[in-house]
Every structure is written in structure tokens, then in C-alpha cells.
Design a protein around this ligand. Sequence first.
Ligand code: FCB
Length: 439
Amino acid sequence: MDELTLGRADFPDGFVFAAATSAYQIEGHAFGGAGRTHWDAFAEMPGRVHEGHTGAVACDHFHRWPEDLDLVRQAGLDGYRFSTSWARVMPDGVHVNPEGLDFYDRLVDGMLDRGLKPMATLYHWELPEALSRRGGWTVREIPERLADFASIIGRRLGDRLWSTAPINEPWCVAWLSHYEGHHAPGLQSLDAAGKAMHHVALSHGLSVAALRAENVGNLGAVCNMEYPHPLTDSEQDRQAARIYDGIYNRWFAAAMTKGQYPEEVMAGLEPYLPAGWRDDMATIAQPIDWFGINYYTCKRLTRGGDVWPRIVDAPGPLPKTDMGWEIYPEGLEKLLRRTATEYTGDLPLYITENGMANRDAVLGQDPERIAYLDGHLHAVRRVIEGGVPMKGYTFWSLLDNYEWAFGYDKRFGLVHVDFETQLRTPRASFHALVRALAA
Ligand code: FCB
């Protein structure tokens, strides 16, 4: 496929098209006085990150940001979703590094100069190592510190941000990193996961309050969702899918919109939540202005231990991305409808990430990524036709970048990056998007 089959005119007026990146994945963490993060420590542990890659240089966006923002504008996009690295702004998690704050000040002005909406996420996973040593997300101090960081960002940038969300993908920050162990700090502990699942939710609430106190408007949340298929039709597998749905898709959505945790997860997780968790639920559920969903794929679930589901490694029959993730736009459609019906109601909904990793068979051709984008845009359109208040779509990612535990081995960009020379080359998907948005 080399053209998208729908374009700007197929979406409501004011629908926002954007592309996303995140700080540690592109900036070059070695520059500008940033502090060590738990990802730097994680990458030094043997076998945790592909070839021990780190974000030290990444896309050198710290120096090349004007060129990168030019690309966003050339794509014809309306907004740019970026993140502010905690360890760049506060290298030890406590004291401010003025050079870090100045960087984001310039970056936001750079977006406004190009007519782009600055869509900020405060925490996209770069916990300062100093805070990780104090227990990281397993201790209550961290949500309080994140709220301090939120105040600092709000005070400095809040007058110019178009939208702000405290945390990218709470499920990854908590469960993937403390129970499954795939992301920093790499723990596999139900006790740590239970604490983190609550502290991450709490940090959303505390940070929203801190931002609002600085008069920052248009505050939201960015949660990831995956469509849970039972591996077989057995009751055990259907139960596994229900629990996965509860942990992955419902936990944070329910907490943030209703001040409740889903019962099917509480059955196993409640004993591991921090003492006094109930007292925080009103803080977690304070009003927000929009809700964002990051969606990539579906999973096949079967029974693992007594409670927790097991993700089946041999994935299902659908075409797969270079991550091995099945391509299933219908899952996005179902999850958006369900989220609106059960949780968010009239609140504006955004796709805050969606995209695929793909190898370049030939640089200059990108049919699979164009088809992926097209399929998911059609899903969004069907949802809009069904009356769900969808207000925007954000593609992951603008650039090839540091894909966490996969290092530089996976390529998600609309723009190819040669990590030796830092040369940026817009892919065919970028050009297809330009045509679709201009049309
Ligand atoms: C999401 C992350 C983003 C990127 C994509 C592929 O889970 O938010 O940083 O890694 O997946």
C-alpha cells in the first residue's frame, strides 16, 4: 500500500493529528547535565537491554530539535506529543538543573513558532536513579516527588502547553516493570507490583492537582490498552483474559475516572497494595479534561498460576509487526467504545500513540506501515461515526528511536534515522501522511 485511503476531510473539524516521541528515546541523555536514570542502570545489567544500548546519544535531538520540529510541520501535523525528562530537569530528582528546564522552554517555543500544539507528558519513564535507589515506585515518596516536578514544569511551561498528562502508560511503569520485569527496574515481585500499581495511580492524581494549582489547563491521562483474546474458548482462558483486561485496560481507567479498582484484579492484588490505599482514591479520581489511549496490538491469554494470566508467546494468526505484535485495528475500535461507555463518557478521547515497528526492505518503500496507519485510522473513524467523542490521533513515532529493552533494533519512525550519521530520511509513510493531511 502506498497511499492512505482517508485523509483530513474524513475527520471532524478540529480533529488533531499529531506524532509522538519521548525524551529518553530521542534526546541524547548524555547532553545538557541530565542525571542518571534507572534505565541507565538497567541497561548495564547483563541481558536486560539489547546489546546494552542506552539513550546516551539516541537521535541527538537535544541538538537537532529544530530540524525535527521542522519535520513535524512538514508532515502537515497539528501537534507534537513530547515528554519532559525528570532526570534532565532534576538530575537527582530533587534539585533543578536550569539547563534542562531551559531546553524544554526553547523546545516549546520552537513548536509554537511552527504552529504546532505542544502536547506534553511529564513522565515517560526516566526515573532519576537517585530516586530509584530510595525504592522507586514501590515507595510513597515518589508520587510526592513527581508532583513537585509537575509544579516546576507547570510554572515554567504551563502558559504555553496545549495539553499535559502526568504519566505515560501507567501499566508499563508499574506492572511491566515490577511484575513482568521487562522494563527498568526489572523486578518480578507481586509485592513491588502491588505497591507500584497504586503509587503510579496516586502520582497521576497528585500531579494533576499540582498542575492545576499552577493554572495549567487541558489536563489528561495517557493509558495503554491491548485487546485481550482468550487463547481458547475454555473457561480458564476466558478468566485469564478477564484478569488481563482488568490489570492492563481497566485498573488505571477505573481508578482515574471512578476512584475504584476493578474487582477481578483486587481478588489477587489487594493484599499487596500499600496500607491506607483507599484514602487516596478521591485524589486519583479528580477531574481531568481528556483521556488518551495508546494502542498497538492484542494478546492471547491463558491461565498461568493460580491467579495471574500468562501471555502466550506463540502469537495468533494475524499479520505481525517487527515486534511480533499482531495487527488488530478492531481491538482499538472495541476498546475505545468500551472505554467511552464504561469510563470516560463525554470526556474527549485521544489516541496518544499508535504505530508499528517495521524493517526497511527498501528505504523509500513502507507499505506495511502505511497499511497499519490506514487500518487504525479507519477504526477511529468508525468509532467517531458511532458517536464516541474522539478528538485526535497521534502516531508513534516521528523518528526511529531507542525502543527500551530492544535498544535501537526496532524502527517505529515515520522518519528513518541513521544512528551513525544522524541523517533523517522521511519514509514513504511520512509522504503518504503529508498527502492525506493536505488533501
Ligand atoms: C509504548 C511506549 C513508547 C514506545 C512504544 C512502541 O509502550 O509508550 O515509548 O516504546 O510503546
